[in-house]
Design a protein around this ligand. Structure first.
Ligand SMILES: N[C@@H](CCC(=O)N[C@@H](CS)C(=O)NCC(=O)O)C(=O)O
Length: 224
């Protein structure tokens, strides 16, 4: 019997929670090893040996080490999924799913990360337009992705919806969605919450905590 997989974990991290949701949907058990980013535990030599990019999530499956939430989730679904619903095998659907995942990894998440860095590590006192403009441009693109279909890759949810919706749940603190401009995204976020198993359970509390934490950190930074 194979050993339980190990997941290097930091609860508030949205990429980590993508892996947890996928594992739960697939019925996989994970042994969590906490890495406190605020205490810089991800820079410890032992962790750098595993993952020189020093990011969570990082997974070990029977000695095989892999990181990046998108790479981990697609690996888990391909290896352990009973079907391909979350990550379609049809080449064109898979290409579309990958395109959405790469959009999350290359466009959405870096915009979130840059703003978080500014607030939490650089004493930022406000969220400036140069930070929010690229977020609003990304929302326009997402509205276009959702123009025809209820989910990011057609009629059914996939891993793309999980990853993108988690990133967006934090981004909206910095760049709030607007009813008139982002109605498709707002409806889709609702759909994701209500349709994807375990999504709300693994996200609502953290989304709210993040919002509070950004506001209080901005206030604290203003006092310094
Ligand atoms: N593209 C990566 C991003 C992972 C990432 O940047 N994780 C953050 C926590 S949310 C982290 O570990 N940051 C520490 C660092 O970059 O040194 C993924 O999807 O897993």
């Amino acid at each position: 019997m194979s050993k339980k997989m190990i997941l290097y974990n930091f609860d508030p991290s949205s990429p980590v929670r993508a892996v947890k949701i996928v594992a739960k949907i697939l019925g996989l058990e994970l042994e969590l090893r906490d890495v406190n980013l605020l205490e810089h535990e991800h820079l410890a030599e032992s962790f750098l040996k595993l993952n020189p990019e020093h990011t969570v999530p990082t997974l070990i499956d029977n000695g095989f080490v892999i990181w990046d939430s998108h790479a981990i989730c697609t690996y888990l679904i391909d290896k352990y999924g009973e079907d391909d619903a979350l990550y379609p095998k049809d080449l064109q659907l898979r290409a579309r799913c990958n395109q959405r995942l790469f959009f999350d990894a290359a466009s959405l998440f870096p915009r979130l990360f840059a703003c978080g860095y500014h607030v939490f590590f650089h004493g930022g006192t406000e969220i400036t337009k140069d930070k929010t403009d690229p977020m609003y441009s990304a929302y326009e693109i997402l509205e276009a992705f959702l123009a025809e279909d209820p989910f990011l890759v057609g009629n059914n949810f996939t891993i793309a919806d999980i990853c993108v919706a988690l990133t967006l749940s934090y981004l909206v603190t910095y760049a709030p969605l607007k009813e008139d401009k982002h109605s498709k995204i707002l409806a889709w976020l609702n759909r994701v919450d209500q349709t994807i198993p375990f999504f709300a359970e693994f996200n609502t509390k953290f989304k709210n905590n993040f919002h509070e934490s950004v506001l209080s950190t901005l206030e604290k930074n203003k006092q310094i």
